[in-house]
Design a binder for this molecule. Structure first.
Ligand code: B3K
Ligand code: ZN
Length: 849
């Protein structure tokens, strides 16, 4: 199945649709290969629209019939949709089409997964279900009747009728088609309830396949917490009598916020202590919250067009980060978010896939569900909140919900609300939405008399999207420390607006040590020459938890880049600083675990590239191994003590406190494993009664080249649990050394459990290969070749997931000529594949351009 190709779409070309939709009635007669969809739509000319062309999107639909006010009509049908002559007044349009859910492997539209029907319509999947103006600014009230021989038949809104072989649903809230959902199957529900603050009693259900019902309790609790949090913090209440969540095994992403019927990748719902790690639990809590929060930021207020995607995604990511910070540890969440931003978004901004938070053109919108739109989009909102203050933010959000409820909005609407609520001019701030690239911030300092001055310069690399970037508004949180480590200037927010700008602090008696960009107050790359001593000083004394961590991180990054560049032996500064942190029991274990996490090899490669050096993946790997050995040696005593102290003796609970202790214990284990002949890892593996400890021990064993029998044992124990089997696949590739990564991946693709059409399984294997830096970037190109082989294969059945994984190539130009040649050859081979999808064509084209 290939997609229709309308070419490039531009933000500037936006025009409202010529018709308003008063109602939509859908009837589904379910059948795996021939589901009949009867659609009845009330159209009315849109007085706001000049262009009255009647065009309905529709792809891969078997047309059966169409009528207007009951009279048969013959529309003109193309691969993209249909046009038809229609009356100049309101009319009722009816069509009948047939679709083939069982053969829908792209997992977009209505598809079957293991005997169950499920939908995914965002962004443009509804047009694969029926002919419709499939654009987010067309909102309507939907009534859905499902006829089918399955026990559970679900759609959006409230259930209005049901009987043998049918169910009828009505959603009173007008919505765009991308929020439509239908599920049908043999499902079991895990029920719950929630009473909203105004007293609405809401029925909650998590629907899963039989056998999974014991893995829903955590997600249900997360849902109830999210509902309460949104009432308490944003004053947002749920607005239907029922809220359904369904877990699906074959799903292209994490989850989808369909109105009243969220559909989840089963990996984002199902969890038990034995089968899920602490990180899985935390991710589930965050995704449940994210999708629930979309009910207001996304559903009640939606996007005018897909260029405005960050309006709902950036805001909802920001909201789910706030939620996690409140439920768990705020500094730990902040650090984790920044690690993620630097790991996924900075590379995007630094390479051929760079685009503004609000893109201005696209060929395939699914390619723009990116770290830039989501995570940088959330950072932009964080900056806005910092600039207008908590009260200003709260007033702006109240106004946003009041003014725009029920509308399809733009970034302009969003910023106007902030201007109106706070009186602040945001015209310069708006550049964060239109300019691509990560601003690089350099700093000069001077201290004379008792005046201390910081001078910042910002620079953003030109990209095709933003060839002439202008200065942006950068909120820089700064604190100053005195020579004995006391804070002499508490955190203050500097607002940088010029290309170069100075800020002075008076009454500073001695030369201070500045702590700059506290809390990571803006998504910029801070480029400041800092001595090792000063970093060590901040690592010991900074009162800002983010910057204290950052000092250690920067130190490790410098040591590793230096080691990779020169091959010289590493000095022990970092290990020394770490020992003090590890001994400091006043620090949260989760925080100390993050201190022990070294920058990843791709982060070092990016740092080298930014500094003008061509990264050598093998040298980076060697430096990283050397540093780990050194830490293990120099801090062995502290690590061994922590390993004992952090043992959790209470029954397993996936809360932040226990998870933090386990994280620190496992971080210590990874180092100790280099010294104790895998003695502890082996013991931990056999004693483990939860997946967090079992998997960490297995990882250590594999990293040390041991663990053959444990790997077999793990498979035997978990072969019936598909989500655990994903871990079994992933960990082998992740823990392989640079020589083993490609052969291991190749061997695993031959395994009888390698169900490559399942996105989770494909990602487990190839996402891990892409993440094994030295393995993927093997000098002979074997990593590139293997990934390209499989992307070509996957693209023919599931373009969305293939295109997403293809971003693994985005840094290809950073490497040496030999690697570039190999990578280019693979990208060109993909590009030359007959019938390549629109998704892949666009991605590969951008990477080659
Ligand atoms: N809105 C969906 C993502 C849809 C992706 C379409 N390719 C999930 C989310 O962000 O909550
Ligand atoms: Zn979202």
């Amino acid at each position: 199945m290939r997609d229709a190709a309308p070419g490039k779409i531009f933000l500037k070309d936006y025009k409202p649709f010529g018709y308003l939709v008063d109602f939509v009635h859908l009837t589904f007669d379910l059948s795996p290969h021939a589901t009949r969809v009867t659609t009845k739509i009330g159209f009315r000319p849109n007085p706001e629209a000049e262009d009255k062309t009647f065009f309905l999107h529709g792809e891969h639909l078997k047309f059966i019939s169409a009528t207007i006010d009951g009279m048969p009509v013959t529309p003109l049908i193309t691969a993209e949709g249909l046009t038809c002559h229609v009356p100049p007044h309101d009319f009722v349009w009816e069509t009948v089409v047939e679709i083939d859910p069982a053969n829908n492997t792209a997992l977009e539209g209505l598809y079957m997964s293991k005997g169950m029907y499920s939908t995914q319509c965002e962004a443009e999947g509804f047009r694969k279900i029926t002919f419709y103006p499939d654009r987010p600014d067309v909102m309507s009230v939907f009534t859905v009747r499902i006829n089918g021989d399955l026990p559970v038949l679900l759609s959006n809104g409230n259930k209005v009728a049901t009987g043998p072989g049918f169910a009828e649903w009505h959603d009173p809230w007008p919505k765009p088609a991308y929020l439509f959902a239908l599920v049908a199957g043999e499902l079991i529900n895990h029920p719950g309830r929630f009473t909203t603050k105004s007293g609405r009693d809401v029925e909650l259900n998590i629907w899963v396949r039989p056998g999974d019902e014991d893995k829903c309790a955590f997600a249900m609790e997360a849902l109830r917490k999210s509902m309460k949090w949104d009432e308490d913090v944003y004053g947002r209440e749920y607005d239907l009598d029922i809220f359904n969540i369904v877990a699906v095994d074959d799903f292209n992403m994490g989850a989808m916020e369909n109105k009243g019927l969220n559909i989840f990748n089963s990996s984002a719902v199902l969890a038990s202590p034995e089968t899920a790690t602490d990180l899985n639990f935390e991710r589930i809590e965050a995704i449940i919250a994210h999708e629930y929060f979309h009910n207001w930021t996304g559903n009640r207020i939606t996007c005018r067009d897909w260029f405005q995607l960050c309006l709902k995604e950036g805001l909802t990511v920001f909201r789910d980060s706030q939620f996690t910070s409140d439920m768990r540890s705020a500094p730990v969440k902040r650090i984790a978010d920044v690690i993620d931003l630097r790991g996924r978004q900075f590379p995007e901004d630094a390479g051929p896939l760079a685009h503004p938070v609000r893109p201005e053109s696209y060929e395939e919108i699914n390619n723009f569900y990116t770290a830039t739109v989501y995570e940088k989009g959330a950072e932009v909102i964080g900056m806005l909140k910092r600039l207008v203050g908590d009260d200003g933010y709260a007033r702006a959000l109240d106004l946003y919900f009041d003014r725009h409820d029920g509308q399809a909005c733009t970034i302009e609407d969003w910023l106007t609300v902030f201007q109106d609520a706070t009186g602040r001019d945001l015209s310069q701030f708006k550049r964060w939405y239109s300019q691509a690239g990560t601003p690089r911030l350099t700093v000069e300092e001077s201290w004379e008399g008792d005046r201390y001055t910081l001078t910042f310069t910002q620079e953003t690399r030109p990209t095709p999207h933003s060839p002439d970037p202008k200065p942006q508004v950068i909120p820089i949180a700064v604190g100053l420390l005195g020579p004995n480590g006391d804070e002499i200037q508490p955190t203050t927010l500097l607002e940088m607006t010029d290309a170069t700008q100075s800020f002075t602090f008076d009454g500073i008696p001695s030369k201070p040590v500045p702590s700059i960009l506290r809390g990571f107050s803006a998504p910029v790359a801070l480029d400041r020459k800092v001595s090792r001593e000063e970093r060590a000083f901040l690592l010991a004394h900074d009162t800002d938890p983010f910057n204290r961590w950052e000092a250690g991180r920067a130190l490790a990054r410098e040591i590793l880049t230096e080691g990779a560049r020169t091959g010289a032996p590493l000095d022990g500064d970092f290990a020394e600083g770490l020992r003090n942190v590890l001994r400091d029991d006043s620090l949260d274990p989760a925080y100390r675990a993050l201190m022990l996490a070294l920058p990843g090899q791709s982060e070092i490669a990016a740092a080298l590239h930014a500094a003008g050096t061509v990264p050598d993946p093998m040298a980076i790997w060697t430096a990283s191994e050397t540093l780990k050995d050194q830490i293990a040696r120099l801090a062995e005593a502290e690590l061994a003590t922590l390993y004992e102290e952090m043992q959790v003796r209470e029954p397993y609970a996936p809360n932040a406190d226990q998870a933090g202790r386990r994280a620190l214990r496992n971080a210590a284990l990874a180092f100790l494993n280099r010294r104790d002949g895998a003695m502890r890892a082996r013991a931990q593996y056999s004693a483990a009664d939860n997946m967090t400890m079992q998997l960490a021990a297995l990882g250590c064993l594999l990293a040390a080249g041991n663990g053959v029998s444990e790997l077999e044992d793990f498979y035997d124990q978990w072969q019936g649990e598909r989500l655990v089997l994903d871990k079994w696949f992933a960990i082998q590739v992740m823990q392989a050394d640079p020589w083993g990564a490609v052969p291991t991946t190749a061997r695993l693709t031959q395994h009888s459990d390698f169900m490559w059409q399942n996105p989770n399984r494909f990602r487990a294997v190839f996402g891990s290969l892409a993440g094994n830096h030295a393995g993927f970037h093997a000098a002979d190109g074997a990593g590139y070749r293997l990934l390209a082989d499989w992307l070509i294969r996957l693209d023919a059945v599931n373009p969305q997931t293939a295109a997403r994984m293809c971003a693994a190539f985005q840094t290809w130009r950073h490497y040496d000529a030999g690697r570039q040649l190999n990578a280019r050859a693979e990208l060109e081979r993909i590009a030359a594949t007959p019938d390549l999808s629109r998704d892949m064509t666009e991605m590969v084209g951008r990477m080659l351009s």
